[in-house]
Ligand binder design. Structure first.
Ligand code: DGY
Length: 366
């Protein structure tokens, strides 16, 4: 018989459909009522409340050693994060304290990859400026090149840094736009991926679907930065990726190059990006993620002098109804987060949790 005093605290409303599954599993669920994240001391109190065995979290919550220690002492068994990125969770401490951590890979891959491509398109084709022209009433006449022109994504050499799930999906979509690809990943070189992507380029060319033969290569980081017309980031935030795109990296890029970041804000040095745009070391950037979110009003990225070259979004790459809220663990982040939680707390629902791809530290279960 499931323990009816077992409780779960959700730091955020992740949608009724998915949350209903937590209740249906006989767990007492409390959902943080405000759309703002709970303060750290409130979270600390929550994990110490009697019966609290599960936390449903988002990337806004610092799940640090103090919180995990307090939780573990009170019987906390699982932190189920509704995001693929886990840089807000002290995973080593969770593992040491035998708390299972789960996340939501795969279900947001397509949404994030296509968003990165659309962000690149928005930037390259100056879509925001075009709309602004119409809305402001300043569109006085059609003209072949005034008041501005854009760049085509077609034919670009696109550099992809990070070729995990989302980087690969982004690469596959770029091929449909007839681009050359330069891939780099600080941790591994995937020959099979290069082969598969190249085969797709070859097929498109052979069947007359692309006019030019495009190439896919794995290269070192300096080569990627120097040769790409656009660089898209698809890396988790780790010690070795923090400020990977710094002043020196930006200096290596072409003056006409564009930078897209849908990964984590601190993978780029934001101060250096603002400087690179101001001094026109690069032509533009589209950023969906920031070192501090929401973006503080005094951020150098909000400098009006660079607004025409910089597109800013509100950590929105996975932001579709289906990807964020669907209760099916194979479709939506909410569903997958709840599945992670229940896999640990109600293993009879999902079978052996060790087999599930979204448990980050399955060794805790052994
Ligand atoms: C994640 O899941 O890590 C994304 O950044 C938010 O969708």
């Amino acid at each position: 018989m499931p323990d009816s005093s077992a409780r779960v605290y959700a730091t955020c409303d992740i949608g009724d459909a998915a949350l209903a599954r937590v209740r249906a599993a006989g767990l007492r669920l409390e959902v943080h009522a405000s759309p703002l994240p709970p303060a750290h001391d409130l979270l600390l109190r929550k994990v110490q409340e009697p019966g609290l065995i599960g936390l449903l979290t988002t990337l806004r919550d610092p799940i640090d050693a103090a919180l995990l220690a307090a939780g573990a002492a009170n019987g906390l068994r699982v932190v189920a994060q509704c995001a693929v990125g886990l840089d807000n969770v002290d995973l080593a401490t969770a593992t040491r304290l035998k708390i299972v951590v789960t996340h939501t890979p795969d279900v947001l891959t397509a949404a994030t990859a296509e968003f990165a491509l659309f962000a690149l398109g928005t930037l390259a084709r100056k879509l925001a400026a075009s709309e602004q022209l119409v809305r402001s009433g300043n569109w006085s006449h059609w003209h072949p090149y005034l008041p501005f022109l854009g760049q085509e994504v077609h034919g670009m050499t696109i550099g992809i840094i990070g070729v995990g799930r989302i980087g690969r999906a982004f690469a596959a979509r770029c091929i449909g736009l007839d681009t050359d690809l330069l891939l780099h990943d600080p941790r591994h070189q995937d020959a099979a991926l290069i082969e598969a992507l190249q085969a797709e380029c070859d097929l498109r060319f052979r069947h007359g679907l692309s006019r030019e033969q495009h190439r896919v290569r794995f290269v070192d980081l300096p080569t990627l930065l120097e040769e790409s017309d656009a660089v898209s980031l698809h890396l988790p935030l780790r010690a070795d990726t923090h400020h990977l795109i710094d002043r020196a990296a930006l200096r290596r890029m072409k003056p006409e190059a564009l930078l897209v970041n849908t990964a984590r804000g601190a993978v780029v040095d934001e101060l250096a990006v603002a400087e690179a745009l101001r001094k026109r070391w690069i032509a533009g950037a589209a950023l969906d993620v920031f070192a501090r979110e929401p973006l503080p009003p005094d951020s150098p990225l909000l400098d009006p002098a660079i607004a025409d070259r910089l597109r800013l979004f509100h950590h929105f790459a996975s932001g579709t109804k289906r990807t964020r809220l669907d209760a099916d663990p194979d479709v939506g982040m909410a569903g997958r987060a709840v599945a992670g939680l229940l896999a640990v707390l109600r293993p009879e629902t999902f079978g052996d949790p060790r087999q599930l791809p979204y448990i980050v530290n399955p060794e805790v279960l052994d």
